[in-house]
Design a protein around this ligand. Structure first.
Ligand code: ADP
Ligand code: ADP
Ligand code: ZN
Length: 221
């Protein structure tokens, strides 16, 4: 299965792609996570990306296309992948089409998670993750079952992203509206775009995505 989850920051792409990864036996690829790893490692890409990410802008197409071009050919993508956070511009979408065409792989669907802007801001400001395993949480919508202890790994350190602060969120939403939203008509013209109500509860959103996949003939493993 080759799937793209599309939506503004806070729409639930990370949450849903992690659920689908297990259900469908494919690799979840988050370009945000990949870039944060580069920043942490202090690599040349990380150094270039950091300033842009801190300001809520988009890192260059050139870097992202090279990163994805290498990533989707790794062995864990043998049964396919879910892209979370890529493509984010029309040139990225076009580059992805060329890469898939070259390897004779067909994109199954692009699923858009639709969420109102006020809800996005609330979701982003309450977001935190486990520092050890990366499991996502929310101050209001998804607290760990035992306070201060990660459900998945027992970790006790949690992280908040520097770009999740209120000042940066506005720039990120703007980047989505101006640079990323034009991808929607691009995929609509290909007949691959499906919209899902991202405002519903997490399980309900997952059920809606699975319904789309079932409809187009992609079963879970
Ligand atoms: P969110 O899930 O909140 O939308 P991500 O973790 O996907 O955020 O991305 C964090 C930041 O990493 C973005 O604001 C952007 O600066 C950078 N980034 C991630 N993916 C891309 C991409 N495909 N193109 C350009 N920049 C990207
Ligand atoms: P994205 O990857 O699109 O930026 P996330 O998956 O990180 O979004 O979700 C943003 C925040 O909202 C997280 O704290 C997550 O726990 C929470 N969240 C995700 N989906 C839902 C939902 N359907 N209802 C309520 N909160 C949600
Ligand atoms: Zn954990």
């Amino acid at each position: 299965m080759e799937l793209i989850l599309l939506g503004p920051p806070g729409a639930g792409k990370g949450t849903q792609s992690k659920l689908l990864e297990t259900r469908y036996g494919v690799a979840q690829i988050s370009t945000g996570d990949m870039l944060r790893a580069e920043v942490k490692a202090g690599s040349p890409i990380g150094l270039e990306a950091k300033t842009v990410m801190d300001a809520g802008g988009l890192v260059s197409d050139d870097i992202l296309v090279r990163m994805i071009g290498e990533r989707i050919h790794r062995p864990d993508c043998a049964k396919g992948f879910i892209l979370d956070g890529f493509p984010r511009t029309v040139p990225q979408a076009e580059a992805l089409d060329r890469m898939l065409h070259d390897t004779a792989v067909d994109l199954d669907a692009v699923i858009e998670l639709k969420v109102d802007e006020a809800v996005l801001v609330e979701r982003i400001s309450g977001r935190f993750t486990c520092g050890k395993c990366g499991t996502g949480y929310h101050d209001k919508f998804k607290l760990p079952k035992k306070a201060g202890i990660c459900d998945a790994c027992g970790g006790t350190e949690f992280i908040r992203r520097p770009d999740d602060k209120a000042e940066t969120v506005h720039a990120r939403l703007e980047a989505y509206n101006v640079q990323t939203a034009p991808i929607l008509p691009y995929y609509k013209a290909q007949g691959r775009l499906y919209a899902v109500d991202g405002m519903a509860e997490m399980n309900e959103v997952e059920a809606q995505i699975e319904a789309v996949l079932r409809k187009i003939g992609v079963p879970p493993v």
